[in-house]
Design a protein around this ligand. Structure first.
Ligand code: FPP
Length: 252
């Protein structure tokens, strides 16, 4: 059966090679506003649909055995949006963190935050702290929410901390290698994303995971994030499995 021009979800899932799935999937949740506008709804309805879709994508990834999902929920640049939209996004975050807590726990989700979430409004910080604490013992799937996240800021913070270590005499500049830098990032200890999905027809990184995406496969699609369902994700994973990853080598 073909739905929206795609073979049915089950057919696509059966075609997947379960042994060659990405370990870490990163998503930029773009197109929520356009999704709402197309339906004559306020932008906040699009963000809500986007949050619902994140829940479905995480559930699907957990079923497939994908170990890490990182989702760009709020960037350091998103504060430039109208105050009302920022407030709605924060309210949505608080609502979902509380509403989804039991379900996340049942699904074995370990929630983590990357970015500078300490600068979020107090109620968001409180909801986040509760969700992180409640799910920290889970290990089926790690979900990193990028909140008040900026890739350049992440690098600046890492460089400052490295500088402080050097100044204190605990580190020699010549000792710093790629593993050292990695260990100073928000994603310390987490493998780099294997696949990045950017929906809504945009072709840019938007300051997302600048270090970590060095060898990541990119999949851009015109589908808006709230519409990016299981069948689209299965199709994206099939495309990922068709790619040959060479990491600068030749694979001969
Ligand atoms: C970009 O779409 C999306 C965002 C700036 C926010 C993404 C946030 C969510 C999906 C909600 C997160 C909430 C939880 C609970 C994790 P856009 O508004 O730029 O869309 P447009 O380009 O079509 O206007």
């Amino acid at each position: 059966m073909v739905k929206d021009g795609l073979p049915e979800e089950e057919t696509l899932i059966r075609m997947l090679d379960r042994k060659r799935l990405p370990v870490h999937l990163a998503v930029i949740m773009d197109g929520n506003g356009r999704w709402a506008e197309k339906r004559g709804l306020p932008r906040a309805a699009g963000h809500r649909a986007g949050a619902e879709n994140l829940r479905e994508v995480v559930r699907f990834c957990a079923e497939l055995g994908i170990k890490y999902v990182t989702a760009y929920a709020f960037s350091t640049e998103n504060w430039k949006r109208p105050r009302a939209e920022v407030d709605q996004l924060m309210a949505l975050l608080v609502e979902y963190l509380y509403k989804e807590l039991d379900e996340m726990d049942r699904q074995g989700v370990c929630l983590r935050a990357i970015g500078s979430p300490n600068e979020l409004p107090p109620d968001a910080r409180q909801a986040l702290a509760a969700a992180l604490e409640c799910t920290r013992g889970n290990s089926r799937i790690i979900v990193n929410l990028a909140l008040n996240y900026g890739g350049r800021r992440e690098l600046v913070e890492a460089i400052r901390r490295l500088g402080a270590e050097i100044k204190a005499g605990r580190l020699e500049p010549g000792e710093i290698d790629e593993d050292t830098v990695q260990s100073y990032l928000y994603t310390a200890g987490i493998p780099d994303p294997d696949l990045l999905i950017r929906p809504a027809g945009e072709y840019r990184l938007s300051n997302f995971m600048l270090w970590q995406l060095a060898y990541t496969e990119f999949l851009m699609t015109p589908v808006l994030w709230p519409d990016f369902g299981r069948a689209h994700l299965a199709q994206a994973l099939l495309e990922f499995q068709r790619r040959e990853r060479r990491y600068g080598g030749l694979n001969v």
